[in-house]
Design a protein around this ligand. Structure first.
Ligand code: GLN
Length: 232
């Protein structure tokens, strides 16, 4: 079983390293024909406009859409989430072509600019803690997007409670939602999964394991934190 990582720009090397640490064959994808035979695909974080332009340049859009509509799992992280969304809003949004498929509206730079990047302990009920109690994940948000609207077929895997002292001007840019207290930062819709943060930049492999279970068609998606076992 081989899993591809879209390798046009962004943090594709980090995702590949995670997959290989988990013993999975990982392939860089830059050309449409490299999608053939892959069991799943990760679209990494980076810069979504650049990624979309490169995908256009390499004639990847039809093959990527076909890959998703055929039911093969795709996981988008950060810019990858934006790329998978049906609609993007916010600063500089609108000009780029999106892959789409995820019934969501995403605010491209919801959490502000690079300087507003942050880490937080995020409650994620879908991931099982080592102790069996409530689970959380150390999430790295880098110039991160957030989902401000999700359709009924979208399963919310994690939400972030926006602190009351949140300064980023982007909150005002979410039309009609100035009072927004919680935003969605991880979702699943059938074969599509998306996270607004970067699990590939941590040593906690539970999101990668979660995705690999989707790739394996496993209905039992609970993943245990096994980073120490994997020597990570
Ligand atoms: N907000 C960025 C964009 O618009 C994504 C940032 C990231 O992937 N870390 O593409």
């Amino acid at each position: 079983m081989a899993v591809g990582v879209l390798a046009l720009q962004g943090s594709f090397r980090e995702h590949i390293a995670c997959l290989r640490k988990l013993g999975v064959e990982a392939m860089e994808v830059r050309k449409p024909e490299q999608l053939e035979g892959l069991a799943g695909l990760i679209i990494p974080g980076g810069e979504s406009t650049t990624m979309a332009k490169l995908a256009e340049h390499y004639h990847l859009f039809p093959a990527l859409r076909e890959f998703g509509t055929s039911g093969k799992p795709i996981w988008g992280t950060c810019a990858g989430l934006i790329f998978l969304a049906d609609k993007a809003v916010g600063q500089k949004a609108g000009g780029q072509d999106l892959l789409g498929g995820l019934d969501c509206t995403v605010h491209r730079n919801f959490f502000g600019c690079q300087l507003n990047s942050f880490e937080t302990q995020l409650p994620v009920p879908a991931l099982v803690s080592e102790e069996g109690g409530p689970s959380s994940f150390r999430a790295v948000f880098i110039r991160a997007p957030a989902i401000t609207e999700a359709g009924p077929s979208v399963e919310v895997l994690a939400e972030y409670t926006v602190p009351s002292n949140f300064q980023a001007s982007s909150l005002d840019q979410v039309e009609g939602q100035e009072e927004l207290q919680k935003v969605i930062v991880a979702v699943r819709q059938k074969n599509l999964m998306a996270t607004a943060f970067h699990p590939e930049l941590t040593s906690d492999m539970r999101w990668h394991r979660y995705f690999l279970k989707m790739v394996n068609g496993d209905k039992n998606l609970e993943c245990r934190k096994e980073s120490s076992m994997m020597g990570l």
